[in-house]
Design a protein around this ligand. Sequence first.
Ligand code: ATP
Length: 415
Amino acid sequence: MQAEILSVGTELLLGDTIDTNASTISRALAEMGVSLTRRVTVGDNRERLLDALRSAASRADLILTTGGLGPTPDDLTKECIAEAFGDRLIEDPQAAETLREFFARRGIPFAQSNRKQALLFESGFGLPNPNGTAPGAVMEKERLIVICLPGPPREMIPMLENSVVPYLRRKLGQDAQVLRSRFLRLVGIGESSASELAGELQESENPTVAPVLRGMEPSFRITARASDAATAESMVAEMEARVRVRIGDYVYGTDDETLESVVIDELRRRQRTAGTAESCTGGLIGHRLTNIAGSSDVFLGGIVSYSNDVKESLLGVRAETLSLLGAVSVETAAEMAAGVRRSLGTSYGLSVTGIAGPGGGSAEKPVGLVFMAVADDRGTVTERHQFGGSRPDIKQRSSQAALNLLRKRILGKIE
Ligand code: ATP
């Protein structure tokens, strides 16, 4: 079965409304293994709508439309479908009754124009809409199926899930497929380098291996299609193993895991605690760690030591370190990490100090230069990074690298 989606509505072309319906429908089709080959958007214009319908039917055997089912004269979807494919619209007594009840319940007068919404295809049937006035409509004519869904997502989504998906699953019968996906979350590598390492695995058609960005963080999505869930899952697992052979060092987690959730989990597992001393990240690392509900058992707190005074007074960074080597130096980072560990009494102290810009850089210490350190009972490890991007980008990248440094230290990956 080959499908196309036709989104109808001038507001979509004007950019006032984002076409979320098309992506919702696309996902539902992909999950069933229906191949979607094109998505088209047209305004509320009769000629262009007719043209788009005929053109879609010349390629596809399933067309799903969204929008244009309302009572007003610019709601044209059903009548254009009837005209394009030689069907008729007739009033459905049950749909008319449902509409009358809908209006009566709300005490709104039933306008003549609303009767239009009770019109269904002669060669087809209606789909109930418990959340609005416009029922959905299906037309089945020879090899072609057209399914009309309403525009408002709060009406469209339940109709898709409760009526369209079961209907299409019945139609597909043996051909219905299931889709299983897994995300591999990466850290310490850029999207293009990760893609290079994955190489020709990304050309595989089933499972597919695709690079995906979550914010600034690269991931790979592995998706397999099969006739049953168990087969799809084992195909994903097998491909995951192949991908990990190449980029396993950079995989910190899967699916919904985040770097902060992994750090908190690893601390909990080992019954260890952490505290942070943040300069250029201004508390961002603490913010991320406290986004994990219940993290207070392992993340005890942090000190935003933005000024040299606070670095000295609360963290015990030596005045000579600051004056001779500077606040942005590997030595300051190391003393900050040891200082916060001492002052909060945690197993690990994590620190960051750097130049987030846009000003404050020099030839020797350019914008984006960031030092970080982790102190624990075995000593202190440090890292130097040179990040690019805007001030918020540098802060985000610093927080990511710092959380990763802590993760690697907890896992015993760096000595
Ligand atoms: P109604 O019965 O409410 O008139 P309709 O089927 O005629 O519904 P439209 O009039 O085309 O739908 O759109 C109604 C509203 O639904 C739009 O103003 C918009 O907010 C939302 N909408 C329409 N199409 C989409 C879409 N493709 N994706 C997301 N939202 C949409």
